[in-house]
Ligand binder design. Structure first.
Ligand code: ADE
Length: 336
């Protein structure tokens, strides 16, 4: 990961100190050659730029697991850009009071416009809005379209062009000058119906969800297809190798429960059906428990899923087991 800062404006001591060797070096989160897993020099499938007033925030979240590995193997290249480096005053001011009065401060447009313009190779907003464009500039904000797996997949698909690029602009909760949304970003995205103090967490969430969907990022690509919210199949058995594959997609339902060894822990036992080796029974148990969990935690999802006759039967049985026909929240047994 690279943290970029603009070259210093002469005469601004504080600014110069910030950009000077020591502080700037501590921002260098780029991978060392030891950390790069491959020796190839392939072009990353996806470039992600994050524009933020808190560049240090990203030291941790993007340095672990799948995202780290994707960076190491060159599938994704992430650069963090410090918006304060694009201010011109000695206080490195990035926000100002809102026109018309009111509480809070609003992020100023200039550092954001100038930072984006400094990136190079970012297509105009008009080009980015065209169908099939490989780039997207996203403003993170509570007012945006809510992120879901469909949007994550759409963004991840930009990588298939070989020229995929996503720029994430982290707003602050009080607001960002609307000209960013109107004239610079091509979309506004929220990660959920709650207000965060800024877009940084949202940006990290987008990087994670998008990266893991890039082909090659996850060891077993099938595993990203079976997770909750994946809507491509309705519970068919997929037999692979010596057992039901864990790739039985959940078809828009929440994922089924998972267990691993030990089979018994402090008196809590793994459902018998999972250890008996009967693939059809395992498939059926997984579908039923996925339905049960969805009914309990996200009944709204059931309205959008194509339910099979078997699903309907399962649901009726689950409701009966719960002693109710109402969709009310009750603990659901995952025992077979
Ligand atoms: N900034 C503030 N709240 C946010 C949210 N819910 N999603 C993304 N960015 C935000």
């Amino acid at each position: 990961m690279v943290v970029r800062a603009r070259t210093a404006v002469p005469g601004t001591e504080c600014f110069a100190r910030h950009l000077g060797g020591q502080e700037r070096a501590s921002f260098a989160l780029d991978l060392t050659s030891d950390q790069r897993l491959t020796t190839n020099d392939r072009v990353p499938r996806m470039k992600i730029d994050i524009l933020t007033i808190f560049p240090d925030f990203f030291r941790g979240p993007l340095d672990y697991g799948i995202v780290r590995r994707a960076r190491e193997t060159g599938l994704v290249e992430i650069a963090i850009h410090d918006l304060r480096a694009f201010t011109k005053d000695k206080h490195r001011t990035v926000d100002d009071r809102p026109f018309g009065g009111g509480e809070g401060m609003v992020l100023k447009p200039e550092p954001i416009f100038e930072c984006l313009e400094s990136l190079g190779d970012v297509a105009s907003r008009e080009m980015r809005l065209r169908a099939g464009a490989p780039q997207s500039v996203i403003l993170l904000s509570a007012q945006g379209r809510r992120l879901d797996q469909t949007l994550a997949a759409e963004l991840s698909a930009l990588s298939q062009t070989g020229k995929g690029r996503i720029v994430l602009i982290c707003g602050r909760y009080e607001g960002v000058d609307e000209r960013i949304s109107e004239h610079l970003a091509d979309r506004e995205v929220s990660i959920g119906d709650y207000v965060l103090s800024g877009g940084e967490l949202g940006a990290a969430v987008i990087v994670d969800t998008v990266t893991r969907l890039i082909p090659g990022a996850v060891g077993n690509q099938n595993s990203t297809r079976q997770e909750s919210f994946t809507e491509s199949c309705s519970g068919q058995t997929e037999l692979a190798g010596d057992g039901p594959s864990s790739t039985c997609v959940s078809g828009g339902l929440l994922d089924y429960p998972h267990y691993t060894r030990p089979a018994e822990y402090r008196g809590m036992e793994v459902p018998e059906v999972l250890v008996n080796g009967n693939h059809e029974q395992i498939r059926s148990w997984r579908r039923k428990t996925a339905l049960a969990k969805t009914l309990r935690n996200r009944p709204d999802l059931l309205q959008r899923v194509r339910l099979t006759a078997e699903d309907e039967e399962f649901l009726a049985q689950i409701k009966l087991d719960q002693g109710t026909d109402r969709d009310e929240a009750r603990p659901v047994s995952t025992k077979d």
